[in-house]
Design a protein around this ligand. Sequence first.
Ligand code: ADP
Ligand code: GN1
Ligand code: MG
Length: 374
Amino acid sequence: MGGKNREGLEIDQVIAQFKTKGRLAEKIPYGNGHINDTFLVTYEMPEGGTRRYILQKMNHSIFKEPVQLMENVVNVTEYLRKVIISQGGDPDRETLNVVKTGSDSSYYQDVQGNYWRMFLFVEHTVCLEKVESEKDFYDSGVAFGNFQRMLADYPANTLNETIPNFHNTPSRFRDFQRAVQEDKMKRAAMVKEEIAFALAREKDTCILVDLLKEGKLPLRVTHNDTKLNNILFDADSKKAVCIIDLDTVMPGLSHYDFGDSIRFGASTGAEDEKDLDKIKIDLGLFEAFTKGYLEGCKGSLTAKEIEMLPMGAKLMTYECGIRFLADYLEGDVYFKIHREGHNLDRARTQFKLVKDMEDKWDEMMAIVEKCRQL
Ligand code: ADP
Ligand code: GN1
Ligand code: MG
């Protein structure tokens, strides 16, 4: 990357702001996230060996409140460190650790106004883009369930809502309707079928938020972006080690975490697969994750929460589909794309999954009931 990032800013000058040790040896773009710009930074240590860090430029157009966001990340990771220590775990590996700047801040704002932050690199781990076995997915369920349990006593209302209405599906639906009406790129005529699919499910969008309003579902601290690639697995044992990407940690429903994991990980194909015949919900994977998640939560979910888990899976998949389709209609301004029509392909896989879940609804409900009794 020739020492400079996209804006021509000297990246070394950014790196130098953080409290690191040793001699800067290398910095390379890293990972497959849709949102932030991530770099792997390597230092050579005077005593020999290397130490590595993750440097990220936060996406300022999406995260409009980066300071509040970092406040959430610092508060939650410091809390998790204490819980992990009390359980006899390794706090440098089992949670993200923020590396502070020379002036003890959790972020650095460069001269162009961009916000940067640094984490310890969790060594000897891999990040999975696709489930390789039911066991991996079961482990990720345990990890997200544990995350839920470890934060069960954290006061959810003290966290900043950094992206308001992030998983408020009726609000996402209104955004989608606006994108269709405005049709900025004149693309709506080409995707009539997809738009009709989304509009036909409007009445479903309120189900979870209404139960929350009626006090029938509890507000919790949730991760809100529980894709498989937001977990680091140990490179040898393949056990889930660390939950990453805490940008969207906010008050929410357990269904958001359960549902987002299912939509990404229980699909038989990639999120952007073009061949829709390859996209189905794999009920074996659905069961493996449900079992792991309920085990990880260790009895902390209410009966109503558990009963509504399949609805979480369906609504999170549907919601992601309308977000991708809205972004396609608006000219791909939110999610990073790597080819023409990328967001449309993504929307189509999500809708195919929603349809398949509807066809397999009774089986999904029965699986959740079975796992609840284990
Ligand atoms: P995005 O919001 O863009 O998805 P992430 O925070 O998920 O950004 O980071 C992108 C990728 O960088 C991850 O998928 C993972 O491969 C890697 N990564 C992020 N943080 C760490 C870390 N602390 N240790 C090791 N790898 C990491
Ligand atoms: C984004 O940051 P990343 O790539 O983990 C998005 C999620 C979507 C996901 C779809 C802040 O997640 O909400 O579900 O893409 N994150 C944000 O792949 O909008
Ligand atoms: Mg990510």
